[in-house]
Design a protein around this ligand. Structure first.
Ligand code: 5AD
Ligand code: SF4
Length: 359
């Protein structure tokens, strides 16, 4: 296809057909135009500030068995851990001291009372230790409405729950077929979070086996219409100790998955100019400059991993996850450089609530 990109395809309401046209762009110059347009859209609506979220992967214990995930319950090669409360608090203090403004507590998915009460007590301890100066995001899966409301009351202002794949048929292909992995329940959980007052985020994986371009278009439309104010989307990355690995032959090459993710970010920015969009770790896994590329394509959030090193390597969602290697702390000048190099500014010590939420 060698038709030069038509400007009209990026302006006005983005219909299914226009999104398809943009997702299928193949010419490098055309893709660069789309990405530039998204960056401009961000800069002229919410500005060029990038917000930091310190990611604490505080437990890799999980009761679920998603077919794509390295820490699924059935993977017995994983050494299971839960970070001690003192270490979580230390990580939160680290975030505060290094002007991150907010943290994300992420874990595998469990709904037993021991787990849910533990989160409740952690929330209180962190807020106390940090003088209520940090925004706390939870990413702890599907829970009952009572649990969500309790966590909200205890000061979790934001929640991330990816729908993973908005097409129920595709969802079924990447999850075990049982009650514990129900598409409808996940969708209801997302709605409950929004109704409970959370700044809610969702997202999908890009480049999954069996996924079609139409699925991705519908993912974007789903995200636009879902009422979320934050989005984290990243490329699917295979993991040898998972059932989905046998379909690796069907995957797009890594560069193409990165390119597709960047297009998804750029198109979403055009569709929803004021939401917060994260440039994800999975992007960085497939391309060492992946996070920078995401910011150039219109993302405005990065989530440096501040999990204590002792535990980091066991949070092994997919192959080559950068946190598995010792990496220099992403603070101060290092982070400033990463962000200013892509023409953005750092939102030091800012909570960085989505403007879509504030409005
Ligand atoms: N590739 C990419 N992302 C993955 N996740 C889990 N496994 C993989 C994988 N193999 C993502 C899911 C989940 C988040 C914590 O990590 O989207 O919501
Ligand atoms: Fe558990 Fe989340 Fe991995 Fe699914 S994606 S197996 S819920 S950690």
């Amino acid at each position: 296809m060698n038709i030069a990109m038509n400007e009209r395809m990026m302006t006005g309401a983005l219909t299914f057909e226009k999104i398809k046209y943009l997702l299928l762009l193949d010419d490098k110059a055309d893709i660069a135009k789309l990405i530039e347009k998204a960056r401009q859209k961000r800069d002229t609506t919410i500005g060029n500030k990038v917000y930091l979220r310190g990611l604490i992967e505080f437990s890799n214990r999980c009761a679920k068995n998603c077919l794509y995930c390295g820490i699924r319950a059935s993977n017995s090669n994983v050494e299971r851990y839960t970070v001690s409360d003192d270490d979580v608090i230390e990580a939160a203090m680290f975030a505060l001291k290094n002007k991150y403004g907010s943290i994300v507590l992420q874990s595998g998915e469990r709904s037993d009372r021991e787990f849910t009460s533990h989160i409740s007590s952690l929330l209180q301890k962190i807020h106390e230790a940090t003088g209520h100066n940090l925004r706390i995001t939870l990413s702890c899966g599907e829970q009952s409405e009572e649990v969500y409301r309790e966590w909200f009351r205890l000061g979790a202002q934001r929640y991330l729950l990816r729908i993973e794949a908005s097409n129920p048929e595709l969802y079924k292909k990447i999850h075990p077929d049982n009650e514990n992995h129900s598409y409808n329940r996940r969708l209801r959980s997302l709605k409950t979070l929004i109704d409970s007052g959370f700044q809610t985020g969702t997202g999908v994986m890009i480049g999954l086996p069996f996924q079609t371009i139409d699925d991705l278009i519908n993912d974007l439309i789903f995200i636009r219409d879902s009422g979320v104010v934050m989005v984290g989307m990243g490329p699917y990355v295979e993991h040898a100790e998972t059932p989905l690995y046998e379909h690796r032959g069907k995957l797009l090459p890594a560069e193409k998955r990165v390119e597709l993710t960047l297009k998804m970010i750029a198109i979403l920015r055009l569709m929803r100019p004021t939401i917060n969009i994260a440039s994800t770790t999975a992007l960085q896994t497939l391309d060492e400059n992946g996070r920078e590329l995401g910011l150039r394509a219109g993302a405005n959030v990065i989530m440096p991993n501040i999990t204590p090193v002792l535990y980091k390597k066991e949070y092994d969602l997919y192959e080559g996850k950068p946190a598995l290697h010792d990496e220099p702390d992403e603070v101060g000048e290092a982070i400033e450089k990463l962000i200013t190099n892509v023409g953005c500014q750092v939102g030091w010590s800012e909570w960085g609530d989505s403007k879509f939420y504030s409005n």
